[in-house]
Ligand binder design. Structure first.
Ligand SMILES: [Zn+2]
Length: 584
């Protein structure tokens, strides 16, 4: 049915305009309206004060989680800028440099590693093959004796049978040749992780061949193929990487056929020769242009003897960077989806939403659209993870620097590379800038921004999730509990994660590095939220009052530990809780 337009009567117009006026008066101005209940408006940075307060955290995190920090990936400009800001603040506060060579920094040997597309080539006769679709180089692999560098001309190819069929011997004629292997059919159980070269096979290397060519490209995970020439950021390879072995490439079945006069491998016999190939590639690690750096500052203790011992505080300033603009996602749609489907962000792998869940998601998106236009996002700002812990770390440092300092010295460690495997904290404990046995306790903070009742289970304005406090030293846990018992603003400590180690929680942040060196360590966190490792982990959703409260709590614990006449006792081996298997 089509409705006929009507001219409103004067009376109707009057009613409408009065209703509209009432609505306009009730509603905040459109620009100040916020989409999400936990969202804050913009904040203007201002000078910080010694006390650990929410507004200082707003200023600090506004800088750390800004788009200009580009997601703070270790080994990139973003994390480099973040580390520069932190060091400048340490200096301004009056912390002593605690890094290498009298500086605040400790550089990690971290940088891009992989194959350079432009410098990689494989050709049959005079025909250059197309990298990515015809072939990709094999990554260096010690188990398969594969090295990352190849340079050869006019090498004859020889058929070598099926890869991994180690019961069949290769003929001596493969010496100096390029051996082409057929990819074995993937067993059904391994169908999910079909990776070419998974089976161990060193026959070609042992027979003195020059090159391995595995016809497995068609069966490979397309994402792995697409990334074959993308360099990733990794630690400098250790010297026990394979220095002997032979290079390899993974080729398509079509390429393999063209090497043998268009014959399928079923028609070939082992030892049969084909065309000649030439090529070159090189797997290379280089130091990052913008080095990944731990930032280390010290507040000297007041006692002439105890000041040679340290109470350590750590948080990681790195995050996971950016995604290509082509993969950018609309912010409010993603947050709507995760609000309904993934309350713990990347930890949750839900199936497709039900009709009811889609209705909820669409309602949230519609509400967002009624307030602001779509916002395409490609920066992982890492406001909660772990911009929040880093901002609190700087606040605690500022408070200690202003005094009073405890009898023991305070070691402030803003570590990098956590997201790449706890690299910065591991590097520090393996290359400590103060004697490792002088560190009496460590306090690690990761994700101090989202502890509301709407964010996490057992959340609330004073909630804190704590892990590890009694694993190496029951005394450490007792001290924390007794500090908390008499505070004017007590915390509500949630030990449930420590008891269950659900999601392998204890092993997933920098406490592991201290634990591995038998340093009593406690992990402080407000928990995983819907924004965990999502593009939506942005500063406007952080609960700064909560973070400041945790900062004051940690400051008081460190002061207590730092002032005790005796250092914290580490439990005898048999009494330690080693139940968390962190694989180190
Ligand atoms: Zn983290």
């Amino acid at each position: 049915m089509t409705s006929i337009p009507q001219t409103p009567s004067p009376r109707t117009t009057d009613v409408i305009s009065r209703a509209l006026l009432a609505l306009l008066l009730l509603a905040p101005p459109l620009s100040a309206q916020l989409v999400w209940p936990d969202e804050e408006g913009p904040w203007t940075p201002r000078p910080t004060q010694p006390a650990i307060v929410a507004n200082d955290l707003r200023t600090r995190l506004g800088i750390l989680a800004h788009d200009s920090m580009m997601g703070r990936e270790a080994g990139t400009l973003g994390a480099f800028k973040a580390s520069a800001y932190i060091a400048a603040e340490f200096q301004r506060m009056g912390l002593l440099p605690g890094g290498d060579n009298g500086s605040y920094f400790q550089e990690l040997p971290l940088g891009p590693t992989g194959f350079d597309l432009l410098a990689s080539r494989l050709a049959i006769g005079g025909t250059t093959l197309k990298p990515g679709s015809d072939w990709i180089p094999m990554n260096p692999s010690a188990p398969n004796g594969i090295v990352g560098t190849f340079a050869g001309r006019n090498i004859t190819v020889v058929y070598g049978g099926v890869w991994g069929d180690t019961t069949t011997q290769l003929p001596a004629s493969v010496k100096g040749k390029a051996v082409v292997f057929a990819q074995p059919p993937a067993p059904p159980a391994a169908a999910g992780r079909r990776a070419a070269g998974l089976a161990r096979d060193r026959r070609a290397e042992q027979a003195g061949a020059a090159l391995v060519l595995l016809a497995g490209l068609d069966q490979m995970n397309p994402a792995l193929v697409a990334n074959a020439f993308n360099r990733r950021i990794a630690m400098r390879p250790s010297t026990d990487a394979p220095s002997t072995g032979i290079p390899g490439a993974i080729i398509s079945v079509a390429t393999a056929r063209s090497l043998f006069g268009d014959k399928h491998h079923d028609e070939l016999t082992i030892g049969m020769a084909g065309s000649r190939i030439s090529g070159n590639w090189k797997h290379q690690w280089t130091m990052a242009q913008y080095p990944a750096r731990n930032v280390v500052g010290i507040v000297p203790g007041t006692d002439p003897l105890l000041r040679n011992q340290y109470v350590a505080l750590s948080a990681h300033h790195d995050h996971v960077g950016v995604i290509p603009a082509s993969q950018a996602i609309e912010h409010d749609s993603l947050r709507a989806f995760n609000t309904v489907m993934r309350p713990q962000g990347a930890n949750d792998r839900p199936g497709p939403p039900s009709a009811g869940q889609w209705a909820e998601i669409n309602a949230l998106v519609a509400r967002a659209r009624s307030i602001r236009p779509p916002r395409i996002d490609s920066v992982f700002n890492g406001a909660d993870d772990d911009g929040s812990g880093t901002a609190v770390l700087m606040e605690v440092a500022e408070q200690f620097a202003a005094g009073p300092a405890p009898k023991r010295s305070v070691l402030i460690l803003s570590v990098t590379g956590e997201e790449k495997g706890l690299l910065g904290s591991r590097w520090w404990v393996d290359h400590p800038t103060v004697p490792l046995d002088s560190v009496v306790s460590a306090h690690n903070m990761d994700m101090l921004g989202k502890g509301r009742v709407t964010d996490v289970q057992f959340g609330g304005p004073a909630a804190i999730q704590m892990l590890g406090s009694r694993r190496l030293s029951s005394e450490f846990g007792d001290i924390i509990d007794s500090v908390n018992a008499v505070r004017s603003e007590p915390m509500v400590i949630d030990y449930s994660w420590d008891r269950t180690n659900k999601l392998n929680r204890f092993c997933r942040s920098d406490q592991v590095s201290f634990f591995s060196k038998e340093i009593p360590v406690t992990y402080f966190s407000l928990g995983y939220s819907r924004d965990y490792h999502q593009l939506t982990d942005e500063v406007q959703y952080i609960d700064f009052e909560h973070g400041a409260r945790v900062g004051r709590f940690v400051h008081e614990i460190m002061t207590t530990v730092g002032n005790r006449p005796e250092r914290i006792r580490v439990l005898p081996l048999a009494e330690r809780d080693m139940s968390a298997q962190c694989g180190r």
